[in-house]
Structures are given as C-alpha cells and as structure tokens.
Design a protein around this ligand. Structure first.
Ligand code: PMP
Length: 321
C-alpha cells in the first residue's frame, strides 16, 4: 500500500484550509477541465539551512495570469496572493523535502463551462513530494511523434491549460507503446516544437539551440532560465530559432527541460544516438549550475528563490486563515 501524498492543508479560494474542507460537488466538476489553467512550481529542500526554496514563483504566477487572460477567465482571486500564502502553506504542512506545488484555476458549474460570466471560479494550490532528477545521469530515448503540436489555429500553445495536455498525453502514450521514454512534437510546419510537457534544447558545434517563441512552444520558464545562464554565466552561444528535424539527428547533445523535468539528458532520437549516448559536457555544466541555484547555493541568483525556513519543530502559531 502506498502512503497518501495528500497534504494536511491546502490553499483553496484565498484561504489555507484543512485538505478535507476543499470540496465541490461531483456534478459541478465534469466540464471544468475544458477551461482549467494551471501552473506547476518546484520547491527544493536545503537540509543544512532547513529551508524550502520555491523556484521562480512570481514568473509562474505571471504566466498563470497570462493563461487566464488568454482563455478569458476572470478571477475574484489574485494569484499574486500566493507569494505570501505559499510559504505559509509549506510551513503549515511541515514540508521538508523536494516538492511540487500545483496552482490551478478552474470553474465549477453544473452546465458546460463555456458561458464565461456565469462560471464560479475556484483557485487551488496544493503540495506533493516530488524528488529531483538532477542527480540522475540516465538518458532518455525519444521518438518524433506522429501527432503534431497544437497551433494557434487550434488552441493557443502559449496557454498552460489542461485541454492542451491531451496533445502531449497522446504523444506520450504512443511513444511508450513503441518502447520509447517520450516524444518530440513537430509543429504545423513540420519543424521541431517541443517535447511532451517540456521544452527541447540541442547542442551542435558548441552552440545551444532551441525552437523560438513562434514554433508553437509553451514559453517555458526553465527554458528562459537556461538561455540566460548559458549566455551570461557560461559564455555558451545560444540560438532561438526554427529547428529542423534532421538537425536533431546530427546533434552532439540534447536535453528536455521544464519545471517537473528539470534537465533530462537525451541519449537518442528515433534511434539515432547523440554524441556517445550519455549526458554531454554542456548539458552537465548547465545542470550543475541549475542544481546550485535551485538549492540556494548560488548567491548571484538568490532573488530567483522565495525561501522559507521550515524547522523540525514547528512553532504552534503559524498564520492560518
Ligand atoms: N511545454 C509544456 C507543454 C509544458 O507543460 C511545460 C511544463 N510547464 C513546459 C513546456 C516547460 O515549462 P516550464 O519550464 O515553465 O515548466
């Protein structure tokens, strides 16, 4: 039997409440995933400092607001309130391990959720243990999917929404059935877009290359961080541009990146081995720097973290509304 990962408390419609109290009627949830937008955020546990470091929270909250705007969702709750409330939630749950924080905005209505102004909007944030992969060298074997990435002509790829996830989900199922670890999706023009639920980088002749913002990608926060680190901290030339399928097969290195994925090295694509099939030197260099940053061991980027002390013995009085 597995231990339930449900936290003792979560944030629901503006308040930290016991997990059992965040309820809706089942008949009010059926249509809600059509409209649901969300964010996944990671928080890392630094045991020496007894501190949880929430990574790039404000960027995630800004993207949530952007997703809400693009799907025309009005909210009585300001996601920015979570800058204050999430640290309290982590303390309240006594979280002392690497963790995934979900932040979800969704309507609840008995009727189909496309009427806009009649919907009842809910916002929820919860936490679940989620170990980091940053120490794992195992490389992924990916295929180019037969599904193409959604385009602006279908539904906006820039939105992080549950509906959009069906696209990556089908690609992932196809890849797993074919014996791969995951998939890369082409866009409507047959160029590279991204991986299932993560962005893609390749290294070719010393340059770090990733599809640009018009390649139907989700504008990944990790992608943006890595571009900046490569350019400004590691002196690696970067290119954001349209990327052709066969450039992948000729790459020296490649990796997936995202909040959940972090940095996952790719060993082969469509059974073309990349480099020597193991994690490449530039991928490793970026991953080492990224690991130092997320655990709060890089002074220059300490303002990328929202840090909260979670002592072993929690003081009795912590602000719970
Ligand atoms: N693309 C998709 C479709 C995703 O769901 C994600 C995960 N949020 C990413 C890319 C990577 O984005 P981020 O680095 O902001 O997590």
């Amino acid at each position: 039997m597995t231990v339930s990962p449900d936290p003792a408390f979560l944030w629901f419609n503006g308040q930290i409440v016991p997990w059992e109290q965040a309820t809706l009627h089942a008949t009010h949830t059926i249509w809600s995933s059509i409209q649901t937008v969300f964010e996944g955020v990671r928080a890392y546990w630094n045991a020496e400092e007894e501190t949880m470091h929430i990574f790039r929270l404000e960027e995630h909250l800004r993207r949530l607001k952007q997703s809400m705007r693009l799907v025309r969702m009005d909210s009585p709750y300001d996601p920015m309130a979570l800058v204050t409330d999430l640290p309290l939630l982590l303390q309240r749950n006594g979280v002392r391990e690497d963790t995934y924080i979900r932040i979800v905005a969704f309507p609840s209505e008995r009727r189909m959720a496309s009427r806009g102004d009649e919907e009842v909007l809910n916002m929820l944030a919860d936490t679940a243990p989620y170990p980091s992969y940053l120490d794992r060298d195992r490389c992924l074997h990916l295929m180019i999917s037969s599904y193409t990435r959604i385009s602006e002509m279908v539904m906006p790829p820039r939105v992080k929404s549950m509906s959009n996830y069906r696209n990556g989900d089908l690609a992932m199922r196809e890849a797993k059935l074919a014996g791969y670890d995951g998939a890369i999706l082409l866009n409507r023009l047959g160029e590279i877009s991204e991986c299932t639920w993560s962005n893609l980088f390749i290294v070719r002749d010393g340059a770090l290359i990733t599809p640009d913002h018009t390649s139907d990608i989700l504008e990944g926060i990790t992608r943006d961080v890595l571009l900046g680190l490569a350019r400004e901290r590691l002196g690696i030339p970067v290119q954001e541009r349209r990327l052709a399928r066969t450039e992948l097969y000729l790459a020296d290195e490649a990796f997936q990146c995202g909040t959940a994925a972090e940095i996952l090295p790719i060993g082969s694509i469509d059974r073309y081995t990349l480099g020597d099939g193991g994690i490449g030197p530039i991928t490793r260099q970026l991953r080492d720097l990224f690991r130092a940053i997320v655990y709060g061991r890089d002074e220059a980027t300490s303002d990328w973290l929202l840090s909260v002390h979670v002592p072993g013995h929690i003081p009795a009085l912590l602000g719970v509304s």
